[in-house]
Every structure is written in structure tokens, then in C-alpha cells.
Design a protein around this ligand. Structure first.
Ligand code: ATP
Ligand code: MG
Ligand code: MG
Ligand code: MG
Length: 568
């Protein structure tokens, strides 16, 4: 590929809101361009990287015996109503109507579509197990799209679904996906950890694991042991840390936390809510989540529940209130909304100062027996079980082996494997006939990889202040040939010869044939991050070149032939 005709240009400046290094670098290097918040075009260089990641994902999925298909992004709302998720999924689900006024959604995930597909195709145990996957654009109207491809509203996901006849079968399917994921992230050159994402999964059989790319920008905290292989998502890890009493962030015992008040998803302030309830803002201590007229409201009630419920009903003009589960609120409010944010997630929160002060950094989570601690406006908080309230702390003894110490890392969720069981097969009627002719629900698992998120995650892990450093397996090109002066015939001839020979060897080569100053060319090359660079300069007449390794920026002057062998 000739760089003179490469579409997309490098930029010196990027918008100030590009906070993440990966976001800035990918914009500057001309890998992506934003169309709208969380919605990006992949320019040719970015698309090449994405296709390489896809290729690795495909190879490993196929090797694991999964079969690829492609499902529609546009899904009838009926399907989502049938599974019961239409109402609970909340504003992240992009909803639309066709010209006949029929309701649709743009797929944020495909459990509904795949389960109905399999329901219609398979009715006998003889046709199971089966694992199906696709690589497809997903849509999620994230409340806070940010960090470029890390949290997009339109993004590329690999999603796979397994269907088994037994839990042992599911375990095997899960295990084979888990291993495929490990190979995929290894091959991509990523530093990652698979962590337990189960509440209280300790010792037990993990029903879900997250694959975390280690990076400071990550929104999750991983706790892992220095001695054994214990590793978990911190929010999930809290329930395995055995503690006897509830204490606040200053270590003072709080015992039973009295009850509870509210916050509405339209971000009414704590003061307004307190006014509804006739209490002082500083008396607000704990959240409960109610649904009023299908609108979730996180309710903070102090003292007498029932009295406060009535006040709340009146204040909201609601007929009735129904206690909702955490998932409902999480979906409906999206994160982060006041402290009615999703349970179990680390999110920046925006609570009124008053709440923090009065609650000494402790507030209710939207889940029975859970509290949030370290609640400081604009900072991350932690979820802790009331009974085990003092969260795992860095340096604590490992709850599993009791020998090592706990360490913290920040992580980006790049993959997620999940044992679903019969949740969808029951609601959507995906049944098969067993050998005795009896109908049984299929036992499902689902497995996601954020394909486009990987691009950013690797850039986060692998860059320096000059640009991106691509691992060879996913680099847009393997070799960057740079004739320093295209006016010098010896240089252009040798550069072209190298280009032809490398290409003939099956390598992907970019040649900087532009009539630009050397400094401009080198800066762009550093930014692109292609693993090897062959600089063809003044020594070209003598058949010598400079071979530069992008990661170390180490240079060696060698003959063109030697350079060929070094790279091949
Ligand atoms: P997160 O916790 O980051 O919101 P999730 O748990 O909602 O992710 P899953 O439903 O598990 O995501 O989807 C499977 C994978 O898709 C995730 O592991 C992640 O890598 C990727 N993914 C999810 N949301 C996004 C997004 N908004 N932009 C890019 N990739 C995403
Ligand atoms: Mg999410
Ligand atoms: Mg997640
Ligand atoms: Mg997930």
C-alpha cells in the first residue's frame, strides 16, 4: 500500500473531550473518526486492525466448534416483550417504529433472536448441543458513551450462544468458550485476566467470568491474590470477604442502618425528594427501589416505610408502588444516576454533598442487604454486603488460600462468558424432546467479546508518548518502508525493491512514498505503530538501511538483505 494514496490523515490536535490515551491516539493516527457521540467510522487503518481481531476471533470460535451465522440488528419489539425484557431493559435499548407503526428495537444483544431461531429449528436431543455465534454491530444507547471505542453506542461484538441438554453439557460448552477466549486474547497480544464475576462464587462453580484487559483507564476493579489463582471483579468479590459487622468508611460500626428514602430517575435532587417525604436531606440514608406506573424510582425511606410509601405515592401521583429488583432500576435509570446507579458497578456518582456528609460515605445500594461505601461525589464507590460490610482491601489476606495478599488492578471488560441456564428457553419456549420423548427446556450459555473495544484496550496497554505500538498479530501492516527522500533515485529504487520482496513473502507492507520531510514521515510512522520500520536513506546507494523496531525504537544499520531476514 502506498501511503500517498492512503485515505485518512494524521492529526496534531484532537478534541479536548478525548480523555483516554487510546481515543486520542486513534483519532490522531487516523484510525477512527467520530460521527456522533459513541458512533464511529473505522478508517482503512483502523478497519484493518479490526478485521485482524475478527479473524482471530473467528478462527478460535470455529476451532471450538462454534458455527457462525448472522442475525438481524433490527428486532421486533414483540420478541422482547415475550422474553419480558422490553420494559426492564430501559433506555439503553434503542426503540423505533416502522411505517406501519410496528415497534422494533436495535439489538443490544441477541438472546431473544437466537432462542426463537433455535426453538424453531431444533426439537430433538439428537441435534444438540450446538453453539452459534456472530460478529455484528450492536446498539446500546449508553448513558455515557466515552473513551472512543471503549464505550460506544454502536459497536462491534462477537456474541455466541450455546444450547445443551444438561448442566454438564453446558459446563463443557462454557469451558470450551472460556479456553477459546483465553487463546483469542493471548493471540491479540493483550495482557488480561479472567475474573470471577459471580457473587459468592468462591469455591463454587463459577457461573460467569469476565475477561479483563488490564489498564488504568478501566472502569472495573479486579482483586486478585498474590499466591493462588483467585481473581474477581471487586464488586462481586465483596460477598466473599468474611466480615462480621457493618462499619462505615471511617471504620465505625453502623450496625443496622435505618431506612430509606428516594431519588427519581429524572434526577430530582435529594432536597426535593426529602421535601416529598417531609424529612431533612441529611436524614436520607438508604435507597430502596420502587416502580411506580412502570417507572422505576429509587426510594429513600426513613423510619416508617409504609407512611413514607404513602407520601411518596402522593408526591408522584402514583396509584401504587411496587418494590423492584436491582436489575430493573439499573436498566431503567442507566448509570450513573444519583445513587440509584446500577448495583454492583463502580461508577462515578453525582449525589448532593448533603447526602455524603450525613451518611459518612455510606449509602444504600439498590439491593437488599447491600450498601455502598466511600460515597464521594464524582468518585467511584464500592458495593459491599451489609453483613460483610468492610470491603476487601488491598493487602488483605486472600479469602481463598488464606496465604497470599489481595492486589487491586483496574480492568476493561473485553469479554464475558455466562451460564444462562433455562432463563430464555423457558420464557421463549425453546424445548426439545429427550430420548424418552419428554419435553425439556434447552440449557443455554452466552458469550460476548467486545471486538471494537479490544482495539482501544490494546492501544491503552500498548503505546508510548509517540504513538501506538501494535502487537504484530493485529497490526494494520507488519512493515513500514520509508524512503527518506523520494527525489533520490537510489532510495526509491531500493525501497521499492524491498516493498516488492516483502510483499512477495506474504507480508503486509506500507510504503511512505510521500514527498514529505523526514521528520513528518517518522512522526507519522511512530503514531501508526507498525512493528517494523525500514528506513531507506543516504546509505541506500551502498545497499544499507536502518531497521527500527517500533516498540523499543532501537535502530540498527544493516544491509537490505539482512533486514529482510530479520523481519521474515
Ligand atoms: P460494560 O460492563 O462495559 O457495560 P456489559 O457487561 O454491559 O459491558 P456485555 O453485555 O457483557 O457488556 O457484552 C459483551 C461484551 O461487549 C462486553 O464484555 C464488552 O467487551 C462489550 N461491550 C459492552 N458494551 C460495550 C460498549 N458500549 N462499547 C463497546 N463494547 C461494549
Ligand atoms: Mg453495559
Ligand atoms: Mg459488565
Ligand atoms: Mg458483561
Amino acid at each position: 500500500m502506498k501511503q500517498s494514496s492512503l485515505f485518512g490523515s494524521t492529526l496534531r490536535d484532537v478534541p479536548a473531550d478525548a480523555e483516554a490515551a487510546s481515543h486520542r491516539l486513534m483519532l490522531r493516527a487516523g484510525f477512527i473518526r467520530q460521527l456522533a457521540a459513541g458512533i464511529y467510522t473505522y478508517l482503512p487503518l483502523g478497519w484493518r486492525v479490526l478485521r485482524k481481531i475478527e479473524h482471530i476471533v473467528r478462527e478460535e470460535m470455529d476451532r471450538a466448534g462454534a458455527q457462525e451465522l448472522l442475525m438481524p440488528a433490527m428486532q421486533p419489539a414483540e420478541l422482547w416483550k415475550e422474553s419480558g425484557r422490553y420494559n426492564v431493559y430501559g433506555p439503553e435499548l434503542i426503540r423505533l417504529k416502522d411505517r406501519h407503526d410496528r415497534e422494533f428495537a436495535l439489538g443490544p444483544t441477541h438472546e431473544e433472536v437466537i432462542t426463537t431461531l433455535v426453538r424453531n429449528e431444533i426439537n430433538s436431543y439428537r441435534r444438540l448441543p450446538v453453539t452459534l455465534y456472530q460478529i455484528q454491530t450492536k446498539f446500546r444507547d449508553e448513558r455515557r458513551p466515552r473513551f472512543g471505542l471503549l464505550r460506544g453506542r454502536e459497536f462491534l461484538m462477537k456474541d455466541a450462544y450455546s444450547f445443551d441438554t444438561s448442566w454438564e453439557g453446558l459446563h463443557d460448552s462454557y469451558q470450551s468458550m472460556y479456553e477459546a477466549y483465553t487463546r483469542i486474547f493471548d493471540r491479540c497480544g493483550m495482557t488480561f485476566r479472567a475474573v470471577e464475576a459471580d457473587a459468592g462464587a468462591i469455591g463454587g462453580e463459577g457461573g460467569t467470568h469476565e475477561f479483563m484487559a488490564l489498564a488504568e483507564i478501566g472502569e472495573d476493579t479486579i482483586v486478585s491474590c498474590t499466591h493462588c489463582d483467585y481473581a474477581a471483579n471487586l464488586e462481586k468479590a465483596t460477598s466473599v470477604i468474611r466480615r462480621s459487622e457493618a462499619v462505615d468508611s471511617s471504620g465505625t460500626s453502623v450496625g443496622e442502618i435505618p431506612m430509606a428514602k428516594i431519588h427519581t430517575p429524572d434526577t430530582r435532587s435529594i432536597q426535593q425528594v426529602a421535601a416529598f417525604l417531609g424529612v431533612q436531606p441529611h436524614e436520607i440514608i438508604k435507597t430502596l427501589v420502587y416502580v411506580a406506573d412502570e417507572q422505576p424510582v429509587a426510594v429513600l425511606v426513613r423510619g416508617d416505610h409504609e407512611v413514607n410509601e404513602i407520601k411518596l405515592k402522593n408526591a408522584l401521583g402514583a396509584e401504587s408502588l411496587e418494590l423492584a429488583d436491582a436489575d430493573t432500576t439499573m436498566r431503567a435509570t442507566g448509570a450513573p444516576v444519583g445513587f440509584a446507579g446500577p448495583v454492583g458497578m463502580k461508577i462515578p456518582i453525582y449525589v448532593d454533598q448533603a447526602v455524603t456528609e450525613m451518611a459518612e460515605g455510606v449509602t444504600g445500594a439498590n439491593e437488599a442487604d447491600y450498601h455502598l461505601r466511600h460515597v464521594v461525589p464524582g468518585r467511584d464507590f464500592e458495593l459491599a454486603h451489609a453483613g460483610d460490610f468492610r470491603n476487601a482491601v488491598e493487602g488483605d489476606g486472600c479469602p481463598r488460600c488464606e496465604e497470599g495478599k489481595l492486589q487491586y488492578h483496574r480492568g476493561i471488560e473485553v469479554g464475558h462468558v455466562f451460564k444462562l441456564g433455562t432463563k430464555y428457553s423457558e420464557t421463549l419456549g425453546a424445548k426439545y424432546l429427550d430420548p424418552n420423548g419428554r419435553e425439556q427446556p434447552m440449557i443455554m450459555g452466552c458469550y460476548g467479546i467486545g471486538v471494537s473495544r479490544i482495539l482501544s484496550a490494546i492501544t491503552e496497554q500498548s503505546h508510548d508518548d509517540r504513538g501506538i505500538i501494535w502487537p504484530a498479530a493485529i497490526a494494520p501492516y507488519q512493515v513500514h518502508v520509508i524512503p527518506v527522500s523520494v527525489k533520490d533515485e537510489a532510495q526509491t529504487t531500493l525501497a521499492q525493491e524491498l516493498y516488492d520482496r516483502l510483499t512477495a513473502q506474504g507480508l503486509e507492507v506500507l510504503i511512505d512514498d510521500r514527498d514529505e520531510r523526514a521528520g513528518v514521515k517518522f512522526n507519522d510512522a511512530d503514531l501508526f505503530g507498525i512493528p517494523y520500520r525500514i528506513v531507506v536513506g543516504k546509505l541506500a546507494a551502498g545497499g544499507e538501511v536502518e531497521l527500527v523496531e517500533r516498540r523499543s525504537l532501537e535502530k540498527q544499520v544493516i544491509s537490505a538483505d539482512e533486514a529482510m531476514t530479520c523481519i521474515a
